[in-house]
Design a protein around this ligand. Structure first.
Ligand code: DSN
Length: 417
C-alpha cells in the first residue's frame, strides 16, 4: 500500500474502500471466497514480470529457471491434490479452460450435451451468447421440473438421440451433488467424452467432503477463486492421453504467455488445500449452507430442490412476490451481498429472474458457523419482508455490521500506508 499510495493515491483509496467493503458486508456470492495473504503475496510478486511462452524445459524465452520450478510445483500439486494423471495450470480463466478442452478433444461443429443455463449450467457450456455455441453444436439437458434435480434418464434419452461427442457435467447454480458414475455410464453408452466443470465445488472436492469427478471423467476443469479460496485463473485436469493435445491447445493454440504470478498463486492454493484447516473450512461451508437453507425454509422461503448438498442455496424469492433483481438490491442495501439467479421454473430471461443464489464459502472462510447462519437467515428474512421499510432495513444493516465486526477477514494493519 505504501508504494501504491505514492504512485496512485486514487487506486490506493479504492483498494482501502474495497477492503472496508469486504470487512463490513456478508459475502454470499457463491462464486467468491476470501483469499489468504500468502496467495495475495504470490499474486503481487516479482513473477508478474516473467514472460514464459511454452512449458517448463521448453520455453521460448530465457531466464525461466525459477518460473519453470513454479509451474512444475503447481502441476505436481494439482495432480496430487485431485489424483489426476495430467494437469495444465496455464488457463487464464474457467472459460479459457473450457474452450481449450472443447478444441482439444473435438472437431469444430462436433456435438456437445450440457446442462441448460437457466437450469444451472454455465455460459461456456454452449449458451447462445457464448462463442462456444458458434464453434460446436450444443444441446442442453434440463432438470426435472418437480424435483429440480438432474433427471439422468432424461439425460440418457437426449444423449441417445443427439449423439454428442462430449457430455458436460457441471453447473454454476445447482445445489445438489452430481452422480458422475451415472454420467460416465451415459457418456460411455453413446461413445462420448465426459467432461466435468467443477469450478464452483473445487474446494469441496479438494477437501474430499463431496465426491470427486476426476476418476470418472476424461477431463475436469475448474477455477481457483471460488470454494478453493485461491487467486483468479483456470486449471485443466485430464487423463494422461489427452495431455499433449490440451497443452498444444492452451499454448500456442489459444493463449500466449501465462502469468507466472497467477501460476505461483495456484501452487500456494493447492498446498493450502492439503492442510487440515482447509478441510475444516470446506466441511463448515456445507454445514453452513444446509443450516442457512433450513433457516430460510423455516422462515417461509421456498428453497430450490428443497435444500443443498454443497455450498449453494438457491432461494425462490418469486414465490414471495419478489423479483431476484429486487431481492439482490434489497440485500445489498443491508450489507448482504448475493446475486440474482434464474431458477428452473423461470419462464422469463435475465435480468428479470425469480431466484437468489447464496453461497457460504466466504462466510465459512472468515470463521462463521451455524450459529451465525441462523442470524444471517433472520437478517435475509427481515430484509425481504418489505424492501420499502427503511427503518427495518437500517436495523438489519446494523445487525450485519455487528456480526461482521466479530469475524474480521483481514485482521491487522494490512491496508494502512
Ligand atoms: N461462473 C460465474 C458464477 O457462477 O457466478 C462466475 O465465476
Amino acid at each position: 500500500m505504501h508504494y501504491l499510495e505514492q504512485d496512485d493515491p486514487e487506486i490506493a483509496e479504492l483498494v482501502r474502500r474495497e477492503a472496508e467493503r469486504i470487512e463490513t458486508t456478508l459475502n454470499l456470492i457463491a462464486a467468491e471466497s476470501h483469499t489468504p495473504h500468502s496467495v495475495m503475496a504470490a499474486l503481487g510478486s516479482v513473477f508478474n514480470e516473467k514472460t514464459i511462452e511454452g512449458y517448463p524445459g521448453r520455453r521460448f524465452h530465457a531466464g525461466c529457471i525459477h518460473a519453470d520450478a513454479v509451474e512444475e510445483l503447481a502441476v505436481s500439486r494439482a495432480r496430487a491434490l485431485f489424483g489426476a494423471e495430467y494437469a495444465n495450470v496455464q488457463p487464464h480463466s474457467g472459460t479459457s479452460a473450457n474452450l481449450a478442452v472443447y478444441f482439444s478433444l473435438l472437431k469444430t461443429a462436433d456435438r456437445v450435451l450440457a446442462m441448460s443455463l437457466p437450469h444451472g449450467g454455465h455460459l461456456s457450456h454452449g449458451h447462445s451468447a457464448s462463442i462456444t455455441s458458434r464453434c460446436f453444436e450444443f444441446a442442453h439437458y434440463p432438470v426435472d421440473p418437480e424435483t429440480e434435480r438432474i433427471d439422468y434418464d432424461r439425460v440418457r434419452q437426449i444423449a441417445e438421440t443427439f449423439h454428442p461427442r462430449m457430455i458436460v457435467a457441471g453447473a454454476s447454480a445447482y445445489p445438489r451433488l452430481i452422480d458422475y458414475d451415472r454420467m460416465a455410464e451415459i457418456a460411455a453408452g453413446v461413445g462420448a467424452y465426459l467432461m466435468a466443470d467443477m469450478a464452483h465445488i473445487a474446494g469441496l472436492v479438494a477437501a474430499d467432503v463431496i465426491p470427486s469427478p476426476v476418476p470418472r471423467c476424461d477431463v475436469v476443469t475448474f477455477t481457483c477463486y471460488k470454494t478453493l479460496m485461491g487467486g483468479r485463473g483456470g486449471v485443466i485436469l485430464a487423463k494422461g492421453a489427452h495431455g499433449d493435445s490440451i497443452d498444444r491447445t492452451i499454448f500456442p493454440g489459444s493463449q500466449g504467455t501465462s502469468p507466472v504470478n497467477a501460476i505461483a498463486a495456484k501452487a500456494v492454493t493447492f498446498r493450502r488445500a492439503m492442510a487440515p484447516d482447509f478441510r475444516r473450512i470446506q466441511a463448515q461451508t456445507i454445514a453452513n449452507a444446509q443450516h442457512l437453507a433450513a433457516g430460510l425454509h423455516a422462515r417461509g422461503f421456498r428453497i430450490v430442490t428443497g435444500g443443498t448438498e454443497n455450498h449453494q442455496v438457491i432461494v425462490d424469492v418469486g414465490a414471495r412476490g419478489l423479483s431476484g433483481d429486487l431481492a439482490e438490491k434489497t440485500l445489498e442495501r443491508v450489507g448482504i451481498i448475493a446475486n440474482r439467479n434464474t431458477i428452473p421454473s423461470d419462464a422469463v430471461t435475465p435480468p428479470s429472474v425469480s431466484g437468489v443464489r447464496l453461497g457460504t464459502g466466504a462466510l465459512a472462510a472468515r470463521g462463521m458457523g451455524i450459529t451465525e447462519m441462523g442470524r444471517v437467515a433472520d437478517m435475509i428474512a427481515a430484509a425481504l419482508m418489505d424492501p420499502e421499510d427503511r427503518q427495518r432495513l437500517e436495523s438489519v444493516a446494523s445487525n450485519g455490521r455487528r456480526l461482521c465486526a466479530g469475524f474480521p477477514v483481514y485482521p491487522g494493519e494490512r491496508y494502512d500506508t
